[in-house]
Design a protein around this ligand. Sequence first.
Ligand SMILES: *Cc1c(COP(=O)(O)O)cnc(C)c1O
Length: 409
Amino acid sequence: MSASPSHAEMAQFPVAGRELLVGGQPLSRLAARIGQTPFYVYSRELLNQRVQQLRAALPLEVSLHYAMKANPMPALVQHMVGLVNGIDVASSGELQVALDAGAAPHEISFAGPGKRDPELVQAVAAGVLVNVESARELPVLAAASQQLGLPARVALRVNPDFELKGSGMKMSGGPKQFGVDAEQVAGVLAQVRQLGLQFEGFHLFAGSQNLKAESICEAQCKSYELALRLVQESGLDIRFLNLGGGFGIPYFPGERPLELAPIGENLAQLVDRAKADMPQAQIVIELGRYLVGEAGLYVCRVVDKKVSRGLTYLVCDGGLHHHLANSGNFGQVVRKNYPVTIGNRQGAPLELVSAVGPLCTPLDLLADRMQLPAAEIGDLLVVYQSGAYGPSASPARFLGHPAVVEALV
Ligand SMILES: *Cc1c(COP(=O)(O)O)cnc(C)c1O
């Protein structure tokens, strides 16, 4: 079947007859098994494949972390714990899920601005690494350490003096709420020492959703140089150097998958340099979207098909309350269509339609004038690339429709 020309080519889910196969099952059967629409489904096999591709492309020495804010479903996090070297959490809620999923405390790091005091105490009690974003966290960690009689393990998140070019979301360079400005690191490190905290490394995270290998390589090199300078200036040994991530996935027309080979070669050079420059340091990269985004589908049902002044609408039982990103309201400047199809009409003649959700707002758009396989009421509309920033990043209670269900197959 030919995918709609209006989005990036999707090939990760095979087709049998008219049906997409997920985890080896035809989509309609899976929908019956789950017992309701809308739902999200994530494929273990695709998660495994993605990690295998990364392992094959990146040097063995690089430690691969999963940033679980991309998809915090407990069963999926548990699956990822078995595949990656560490889990990055961004709240005490996520910390709880990671620990429940069986992640070892020494494999967990905790980043995020505005960590509340009780969260910092929880992190020390759990024995996880805290990526410090502000000097304010330091005395709280020191007090927790004293009270609990446990070391407070800290790394410093650095806001570098550069940004990640071509990122969907920039998270470094210039004034930022994230991390400690590179210029302030020396002073903060002096406090770390004075408070007796266990300093373990640096964390740099330049941005998100980048499809240009050269930009990612450039950011990794600059991050490395900056960290090296900070190591040399401070005279401190580090155990971890987290170079961030930002690996993107294709969503829109003309977007091409990220090339891993150049990133692997670049990291191999940095790993080699690190052996001489900072021999105790483990190089870490942390990925969210890239690990899980392509492994997931959002599936909803067509409940009405109507024509308004010449445009055919598919009205579905799912929408932006479950999938804000697909509606274009999560970080997009100009709305573009996510890759969408009709999961049980593969190969059918195409029809120009708009697909919308059930909410009383024109923002609730699943597909804006796309060529989709001709659909009938009862069919299953599928949004690809939905494994990251789905339900947990959507306003579930808006308009009071039923909650979405998630399945890992
Ligand atoms: C959000 C975030 C990630 C994950 O970003 P992706 O674009 O999903 O890979 C990793 N690290 C930090 C610090 C983050 O805030």
